[in-house]
Design a protein around this ligand. Structure first.
Ligand code: HEM
Length: 467
């Protein structure tokens, strides 16, 4: 197909002589006005992208709901996003309409990127090894407590359970005991309403529309902030110090010496919880299903618990957690096959050159970890769950962005280490408690309708271990 400017849906002001030389990425046209490829993409985004990769190569564009997307597939093409400046490929332009109503003003994508980078640094100071050492017993205790209601055997929705549990563990570890103790059913509902702000509708539709889900999100935002304000003000007034994230954020300052306001702290606490909530609960659920599907791997993970922590399986600690290499590899492989963030996106503000093409301003430029993680050019037996592939030399050596479940560059995740601590502690506890099986061999299909691709009908069978 032709890449000549005249057929291209975007224009920008460059001289005609220059236009003739520009080569735009292959454009996958559609006969459907406005919606474009939205239906085919929405039904099965990975198939859509993989087919396009086969046909057009690593860089191509298409239109959905009036927006033109350019995907950069494979490690080399993806480098453009990860190495770019935020002024050129901008994150706020695409994420802020989703995140600002949920986290609030003054934080994350509502502020210029250099300010957000400072905020990320502040949050990172509270995510250190000394903290992780305290988190492990907290998460183990919360998990044991939560799963008491599962009894000795049964069939239950694993994803639902892990989502509920992870609000408790993440709030306890990332907010502190004081805020965790305020978590009851009403507050959990507020989080659910707030989380309801992360939908395709919120991303696509104007924020002023009087939709019930928008109103619930905005009310939940105000109410959760009020809860946080009380804790922050009490802490400020009493002068009492705790060893938690609230304290870290009360103590830190921006480079210019300014302290965080109560509103910024509250927004950062919301962001911290929600950034890790869906990502970690989906990953944990998929991990459970991979282990249930391959009983030999599950038994190796259980044997590893005994080998590392002792036959009597005493309470876990952080150092042991680090030595659980098999579980580590299983988690790594789960993040390869089911990375919760399927697409990272930026708005092209300036023309960008990649693989000999020019991507014009106005395109939403995307990288998909899901596709990169399964490219046959990069991975052997790419669709198989094979945790031992990481025992060999780096399977994708030389391809810097072949494995990017946590992103890379200036927008890289700050929660990776915490996510590993949390998920490995939860699964260590669960492996010690139960043996898991698929029900009649059913391994969940992927639900593509949610922003983070969750497992469909994620019910699992379990029975108590006799040890
Ligand atoms: C399995 C768990 C997680 C996964 C797979 C994950 C994945 C990601 C990815 C792919 C990005 C890059 C987004 C982009 O470039 O557009 C990101 C950024 C980020 N994540 Fe995570 N994340 C996880 C858990 C967490 C947790 C637990 C926290 C907080 C404690 C967190 C906080 C953040 C923050 C603050 C950013 C920075 C966004 C930016 O700078 O634009 N994440 N994460």
């Amino acid at each position: 197909m032709s890449n000549v400017m005249i057929i291209y849906p975007y224009t920008f002001s460059v001289s005609v002589s220059c236009l003739i030389q520009l080569k735009y990425p292959p454009y996958i046209s559609s006969n459907i006005p406005f919606l474009g490829h939205a239906v085919a993409f929405g039904k099965s985004p990975i198939d859509f992208l993989e087919n396009a990769y086969e046909k057009y190569g690593p860089v191509f564009s298409f239109t959905m709901v009036g927006k033109t997307f350019t995907y950069l597939l494979g490690s080399d093409a993806a480098a453009l996003i990860f190495n770019s400046k935020n002024e050129d490929l901008n994150a706020e332009d695409v994420y802020s309409r989703l995140t600002t109503p949920v986290f609030g003003k003054g934080v994350a994508y509502d502020v210029p990127n250099p300010v957000f980078l400072e905020q990320k640094k502040m949050l990172k100071t509270g995510l250190n090894i000394a903290q992780f050492k305290q988190h492990v017993p907290v998460i183990e205790k919360e998990t044991k407590e939560y799963f008491k209601s599962w009894g000795d055997s049964g069939e239950r929705n694993l994803f639902e359970a892990l989502s509920e549990l992870i609000i408790l563990t993440a709030s306890h570890c990332l907010h502190g005991k004081e805020i965790r103790n305020l978590l009851n059913e009403k507050v959990a509902q507020l989080y659910a309403d707030l989380d309801g702000g992360f939908t395709h509708a919120a991303w696509l539709l104007p924020g002023w529309l009087p939709l019930p889900s928008f109103r619930r999100r905005d009310r939940a935002h105000r109410e959760i902030k009020n809860i946080f304000y009380k804790v922050i003000r009490k802490r400020r007034q009493s002068g009492e110090r705790e060893d938690d994230m609230v304290q870290t954020l009360l103590d830190v300052t921006y480079k210019d010496g300014r302290s965080l306001t109560d509103d910024e702290i509250a927004g950062m606490l919301i962001g911290l919880l929600l950034a890790g909530q869906h990502t970690s609960s989906t990953t944990s659920a998929w991990l459970g299903f991979f282990l249930a599907r391959d009983k030999s791997i599950q038994e190796q993970c259980y044997a590893e618990q005994k080998a590392v922590c002792g036959e009597d399986l005493r309470p876990l600690n952080y150092d042991q957690l680090k030595d659980l290499n098999m579980l580590d590899r299983c988690l790594k492989e789960t993040l390869r096959l089911r990375p919760p963030i399927m697409t990272m996106m930026r708005m092209a503000r300036t023309p960008q050159t990649v693989a000999g093409y020019t991507v014009p301003p106005g395109h939403q430029v995307c990288v998909s970890p899901t596709v990169n993680h399964r490219l046959k050019d990069s991975w052997i037996e790419s669709l198989e769950f094979k945790p031992d592939r990481y025992l060999q030399d780096n399977p994708t050596a030389g391809e810097k962005f072949a494995y990017v479940p946590f992103g890379a560059g200036r927008h890289r995740c700050i929660g990776e280490n915490f996510a590993y601590v949390q998920i490995k502690t939860i699964w260590s506890t669960l492996l010690r408690l139960y043996e898991f099986d698929l029900i009649d061999g059913y391994f969940p299909t992927v639900n593509y309708t949610t922003m983070i691709h969750t497992p469909d009908n994620p019910v699992i069978r379990y029975k108590k271990r006799s040890h």
